[in-house]
Design a protein around this ligand. Structure first.
Ligand code: C5P
Length: 297
């Protein structure tokens, strides 16, 4: 059994305040890449996970960016896939629901620490996949709480459909009219530490996102990503990346999450594919992919 773990794209991200515990209050419009079968060029725009019942628990990793991760359960930074497996099993055990040993394989196609939620998407896909594999049921609020305990972006990644996220990311409203967009993702393959970016952020006087009119091009163009200035000051390549993507004719070019991934939205898939190919030839050492985002329906 397999699960797709799509890239998460913050089409807009306004940082509007800070909680007493240091976490930032956000107002974000988020979408996700559609399954790789719909991808239109370049590397797959999402990770893929496989789940098989097994004699004992196992975890393996492959894929273009797999080498940046350790499958070792005792690694200093335990993979979020294993954390997700373990907390779900504990929650099911408490209900007397069987959660037998499982071999999990992660095909890591998304760059690590890149602002498109790869680790969070993997954790969410693990929760979804294991519930299916184990034929287990758990209430929506309990599942959301488990997801949030893994990271602020994991609840939204459970949805993997267009949404607005507020709070620290857990207060979710589905955006039922957002269409599918043709998108190009670009990353200079320099990992960005999310806490580093948030530490450099000031939220003073940042306005929340105003009511959306339904004209997505106009609405999104009027918004921003407040994490972009601190990310640009930390990762010099973001300036060049943004100019390259804008020069391809994107109607919107913006950074996602805490970066460094930059995205461009294009009028057609053909234009996005051409742009991704052109960008890749200009910067063979960077990551580019063209894909479709998932539509609301
Ligand atoms: O929840 P997660 O582990 O993904 O967050 C990583 C870090 O990003 C947090 O430790 C915090 O420094 C920062 N963060 C934040 N506000 C958010 C989400 C993340 O300050 N809403």
């Amino acid at each position: 059994m397999t699960e797709f773990a799509p890239a998460k794209i913050n089409l807009a991200l306004h940082a509007v305040g800070q909680r007493a515990d240091g976490y930032h209050l956000l107002d974000s419009i988020v979408t996700f890449t559609a399954d790789a079968d719909d991808a239109t060029a370049g590397a797959p725009a999402g990770d893929r996970l496989g789940f098989t019942l097994s004699k004992k628990d196992a975890f393996s990793i492959s894929g273009r960016f797999g080498e940046g991760l350790s499958p070792d359960p005792d690694a200093a930074q335990q993979n979020l896939v294993l954390k997700a497996r373990d907390i779900l099993r504990i929650a099911l055990d408490a209900k007397g629901i069987a959660a037998p040993p499982v071999a999990i394989h992660l095909q890591k196609n998304l760059p690590i620490a890149s602002g498109i939620g790869g680790g969070s998407a993997d954790a969410a896909a693990t929760l979804r996949g294991l519930l299916r594999l184990w034929d287990a049921q758990i209430s929506e609020p309990e599942l959301s709480a488990l997801a949030l305990s893994l990271g602020a972006d994991v609840p939204m990644c459970l949805k993997s459909r267009p949404l607005a996220a507020r709070g620290i990311g857990e207060d979710i409203t589905m955006l039922d009219t957002m269409p599918s967009f043709a998108i190009v993702l670009g990353n200079p393959l320099r990992g960005v530490s999310t806490p580093d970016i948030f530490r450099r952020l000031t939220t003073k006087n940042n306005p929340a996102i105003p009511a959306l009119t339904g004209d997505w091009q106009a609405d999104l163009s009027a918004l921003r990503n407040d994490l972009e200035p601190p990310a640009r000051s930390l990762v010099s390549e973001i300036g060049e990346l943004s100019e390259l993507i804008a020069a391809e004719g994107a109607w919107l070019a913006r950074m996602s999450g805490s970066g460094a991934t930059y995205f461009g939205l294009f009028e057609t898939s053909a234009k996005a594919v051409n742009a991704a190919n052109d960008l890749q030839s200009k910067r063979p050492d960077w990551y580019f992919t063209a894909a479709r985002t998932i539509g609301a329906k």
